[in-house]
Ligand binder design. Structure first.
Ligand SMILES: [Zn+2]
Length: 268
């Protein structure tokens, strides 16, 4: 199966959208490796796509202080995780609105209860006149009970949906900011609902449910594998090493014999 994204350059896509990232390090040997003089003027090597961009550097300073640029696979991961973050964010907001709607509905139940309390004394004399005992009839009591029962049930439902909305929003923020805790929350928060989703699909199958299940299983596997969570594929150390290996500045620094302080090799 041909992969349409096989030749897709995530670096160029990002540079096309946001411009090149050029940086003039103060370390001379490193500076020389990133800098050329062309007939059109000075040019600096983009830390993302690696091509030379004519013009003054975006910034300069110690190599340690250079912007952390996502490249290649890390950029693709960031794109996919941010799509997932948007999906989680929309779902979280939708669920929050539903929870708020339920709470409003429950407060209108309170209004119903108040109406019953207000109008019952007014109806009582009429009921008495026709010989109908409201208190022992059970009807009024049943209405009261139904209202009360519904009220607590509704509150529990709102609390549950509200908690789920909060989880989705935390996942969205964590994934968007590309934080490791966000990836853990997303993986665990998604995985715990998968058995329920499978059960629901078996109970009553639908295309939408099947697609949602596939997206969630795919997301869990994707994040687990690419982010090397729970010590998978070497864990956090291997993930950091992979990211450092993709950093142009670090590759060039190593070639120039420079050792920028921040970019020490990760301890296993
Ligand atoms: Zn570039």
């Amino acid at each position: 199966v041909p992969n349409p994204l096989q030749n897709f350059d995530w670096n160029l896509r990002s540079c096309g959208l946001r411009g090149h990232v050029t940086y003039a390090p103060t370390e001379e040997a490193l500076r020389d490796r990133l800098h050329v003089v062309t007939p059109a003027g000075e040019a600096w090597r983009c830390l993302r796509c690696g091509t030379y961009a004519v013009g003054a550097p975006n910034a300069s300073g110690a190599a340690d202080a250079a912007p952390r640029v996502l490249r290649g696979k890390a950029l693709r991961d960031a794109f996919i995780l941010r799509l997932l973050a948007v999906e989680r964010g929309i779902r979280g907001l939708g669920l929050a609105l539903i929870a708020i709607g339920i709470l409003k509905f429950s407060s209108s139940h309170d209004v119903l209860q108040q109406m019953l309390d207000t109008y019952l004394p007014l109806v009582r004399p009429i009921a008495d006149r026709v010989g109908y005992d409201l208190e022992t009839s059970g009807v009024v009591r049943l209405i009261h009970e139904a209202l009360n029962l519904k009220h607590t049930t509704v509150l529990w439902a709102a609390a549950g949906i509200g908690a789920y909305a909060a989880l989705e929003l935390v996942e969205a923020v964590g994934l968007w900011l590309m934080k490791r805790w966000g990836e853990y929350v997303a993986v665990v928060g998604t995985a715990v609902f998968i058995p329920l989703e499978v059960y629901e699909l078996i109970d009553k199958a639908s295309v939408l449910k099947a697609v949602a299940l596939l997206v969630n299983v795919g997301a869990v596997v994707y994040i687990l594998v690419t982010k090397r969570l729970f010590g998978l594929r070497g864990g956090h150390a291997a993930f950091e090493a992979e990211r450092h290996g993709e950093s142009l500045l670090e590759v060039e620094a190593a070639a120039a014999g420079e050792h920028p302080g921040r970019h020490h090799s990760p301890t296993p």
